[in-house]
Design a protein around this ligand. Structure first.
Ligand code: TXA
Ligand code: MG
Length: 390
């Protein structure tokens, strides 16, 4: 199949002429990849089981992994679901359109082929103007998983989509790089207690502000206990994975404690190493706190040890820690002090490591609150929970 690429001149103000063909393809049962504010989606008519089947085939994705239905307006929600709980209405009022997906009991018109056989359905109203206009023009709910080959990092640029989907889909709407770079937050509102099944840019703190409390599905925190099933079927697969073996380097709690206790042996040691490092640069190195400096040193150490075996090794660092590294191949994932830049660049950096044929990747870790919680969730999954605690 030949894939057509339609470039949107100004993705903030897409013109209907630019989207009309894509909308027709969707209505006709074909596949269209399109930008959203989170990641690129691979869309098909969500009420058409054959279109869902095509999506699974193009992605190489197991068909028990349900798809998210994308809508353009609130009225489009009602026909898709059995019930809209009060909490869901409040979340929608606050965060839709936006990077929030909610799980509802599904109505009869939603085929099991779209929900992976489940009686629930995931729905999201994206904020991206191109996505929203395309969905409105298509006039059908658009089922769209991330537009990557199953198991690869989600696409945050049109080129990423092209790498994975060229020849497998009818059309790619190229709206340039996405804004957020991590998939939407998923909140299950179908049960008695709302639960976050996947963290994202709508943070736990933000959801709690609206709902009071929200649970976090245990599958989000780490590897699943033997015999338990995550509520979001997608969370059980090795996800977001680069081809190289990724290790996430984290500070032990006791390390953090020591580094925060002026006068401790470790504190004194790292403080003077940081001062010496600043001197070696010929300028005071004020932008780095002890914890980040210590972590960067440890990541560098692990990477260089691996380099000695002759393997090709890459490091994922930050703008602030970049200068600390002696490892050859290093890429900054963004500004440590600004989690949104880290989220935005994460998948791009993982893909770049793949393109460079890196065999072993070592990454710094991040504070796990707000958006950092989602960043660490994706890094942890990409690493297959391989963690080096230092
Ligand atoms: O930001 C996003 O959500 C992007 C863009 C394209 O909108 N889409 C996306 O879709 O990330 P996908 O298919 O890659 O991830 C959807 C996740 C999967 O983990 C899936 O298991 C879960 O949502 N999911 C879908 N329907 C569900 C349901 N009924 N119950 C529980 N989890 C569900
Ligand atoms: Mg995905």
């Amino acid at each position: 199949m030949e894939t057509k690429r339609v470039i949107i001149k100004d993705a903030a103000y897409p013109r209907d002429e630019e989207l009309m063909e894509a909308a027709q393809v969707l209505r006709g049962g074909g596949l269209v990849a399109f930008p959203t504010e989170t990641v690129y989606g691979l869309g098909g008519n969500g009420l058409d089981e054959d279109a869902a089947e095509k999506i699974y085939r193009a992605k190489g994705r197991p068909s028990d992994n349900p798809l998210i239905l994308h809508i353009a307006a609130m009225e489009e929600l009602e026909p898709l679901v059995e019930d809209i709980p009060e909490g869901a209405r409040r979340l929608a009022a606050r965060f839709w359109p936006g990077p929030l997906t909610m799980i509802f009991p599904k109505s009869k018109i939603v085929p099991y082929g779209t929900t992976g056989g489940l009686d629930t359905v995931a729905v999201r109203m994206p904020a991206d103007p191109t996505a929203r206009r395309l969905i409105a023009l298509a006039g059908v709910p658009v089922a769209a998983p991330s537009a990557n080959t199953s198991g690869r990092p989600s696409p945050t640029t049109a080129d990423h989509v092209w790498q994975d989907m060229e020849g497998k889909i009818d059309l790619l709407v190229d709206g340039g790089p996405v804004g957020i770079g991590l998939e939407s937050t998923i909140v299950d509102v179908s049960g008695p207690v709302p639960a976050i099944l996947r963290p994202g840019a709508i943070t736990r703190e933000m959801v709690e502000e609206v709902l009071g409390t929200v649970e976090v599905d245990p599958a989000v925190a780490g590897p699943m206990a033997e015999g338990t099933a995550p509520k979001a079927p997608g969370m059980k697969y090795k996800h977001y994975a680069p081809k190289g073996e990724l290790t996430l380097v984290r500070l032990k709690e006791e390390t953090v404690r020591e580094l925060r206790r002026p006068g401790s042996t470790l504190y004194v040691q790292v403080q003077s190493a940081l001062a010496a490092f600043g001197m070696s640069l010929g300028r005071p190195f004020a932008q780095l706190d002890l914890e980040s400096f210590y972590m960067a040193r440890k990541v560098d150490e692990a990477a260089r040890q691996m380099e000695q075996t002759g393997a090709s090794v890459g490091v994922i660092c930050t703008d602030e820690t970049m200068a600390v590294y002696k490892t050859c191949l290093k890429r900054s994932i963004g500004k440590r002090a600004q989690a949104d830049t880290v989220a935005h660049n994460l998948y791009g950096v993982l893909r770049e490591m793949d393109d460079l044929g890196v065999q072993y990747i070592y990454s710094e870790s991040f504070v796990q609150d707000h958006l950092g919680f989602a960043v660490m969730n994706r890094l942890d999954k990409a690493a297959g929970h391989r963690i080096l605690a230092v």
